[in-house]
Design a protein around this ligand. Structure first.
Ligand SMILES: Nc1ncnc2c1ncn2[C@@H]1O[C@H](COP(=O)(O)OP(=O)(O)OP(=O)(O)O)[C@@H](O)[C@H]1O
Length: 308
């Protein structure tokens, strides 16, 4: 199996990382690697600190396995480094390589795409929550973070809990609701029709409960930027042109991608088969929350005062 030789700067970074890891008691070093290095050599440089390789590149995963170091495969959908890192940490927790409360070190390319140039020290419990909040914040240009967060939280609950011990999938389209309504049609009589705005705000716990009940019906919930539910059970008609999605994603996810592209809204799909929540912006997945990540709590960026 061919290997890239370790660049001298990276070797130096790893040696220093080892010293820091020992000084501040990091239990492991997670390396986001896109290149097949000699991972045995890296483990030797790290001495006592366990190396965990995380990669979305199958050849790198194979190389790490061959070198008998711990490895967590990442999914291949486009992800920011932050999301990849969060995913790597969660997978490492799921595999019992590390646990919440541990301190770990991460090595990854923060600036140059193909060069591992950045070292972070991460206290697991705090970090996990922040990553996703920050990624949501990145999307705030289109939909206020407060609304987005409420919808994502609800989607995550639906994915985790299902309904009457059955898994449930559903779809939310948030923002630019007039255009979304124009590009969709009614499937069933809209159960929210006729209610006052106050009775349709997602900040209202009763409304969230109704959405959970209604999540079993076909179609999408359309939600305005201010968090008002404008319709339920809408079938989206946006054309799925020029879109690329991962294999295995079906009609619900294609509809989510298409509407986010056609209307500049954010679509949030809960997969019935896996419970995974995906956020679509401009036709692509920008954030993915696995069921195992769903126990997380929001700690930061609370921009709105509580409304209940
Ligand atoms: N254009 C659409 N607009 C709104 N909802 C849709 C649309 N197409 C499909 N759906 C919803 O998605 C449901 C499941 O479809 P499908 O199984 O093909 O999706 P999927 O992407 O594989 O999602 P899952 O992982 O939840 O199965 C449908 O029953 C329907 O409620």
């Amino acid at each position: 199996m061919s290997r890239d030789s370790l660049p001298p700067i990276l070797a130096s970074l790893i040696r220093q990382a080892r010293r820091v890891a020992e000084e501040v008691n990091c239990i492991a070093t997670v390396m986001l690697a896109d290149v097949s290095y000699d991972f045995r050599e890296i483990q030797q440089l790290l001495k006592q600190t366990q190396l965990i390789v995380a990669s979305a590149v199958p050849a790198v995963v194979e190389a790490a396995k061959a070198d008998l170091v711990a490895v967590v495969p990442l999914n291949q959908e486009p992800q920011t480094r932050q999301v990849q890192l969060s995913q790597a940490l969660l997978e490492a927790i799921a595999d019992n390589l590390v646990k919440t409360g541990d301190r770990v070190m991460a090595l990854y390319s923060g600036y140059e795409r193909d060069t591992i140039d950045t070292l972070s020290i991460i206290n697991l419990s705090e970090r996990l929550a922040r990553l996703t909040a920050r990624d949501l914040q990145r999307l705030e240009t289109q939909v206020p973070l407060g609304t987005l967060r409420r919808v994502v939280d609800l989607a995550v609950e639906i994915g985790r809990e299902g309904r009457e011990s059955k898994r449930v999938g559903t779809l939310f389209v948030v923002g630019n609701h007039r255009k979304v309504l124009d590009m969709s049609h009614e499937q069933i009589h809209d159960p929210f029709k006729g209610y006052a705005k106050k009775e349709r705000m997602i900040s209202n716990a009763r409304v969230r409960e109704s959405i959970k009940e209604l999540s079993q019906i076909d179609g999408a919930f359309v939600i305005a930027s201010d968090g008002c539910v404008m319709a339920a059970g809408r079938i989206l008609d946006a054309p799925a042109e020029d879109l690329t999605l991962s294999k295995g994603l079906g009609a619900r996810h294609w509809a989510a991608a298409a509407i986010s592209k056609a209307t500049n809204s954010i679509a949030i799909a809960v997969s019935e088969s896996t419970g995974t929540v995906r956020l679509f912006q401009n036709g692509t997945v920008v954030l993915r929350i696995e069921p195992m990540m769903q126990a997380m709590k929001w700690h930061d960026v609370d921009t709105e005062p509580p409304q209940e």
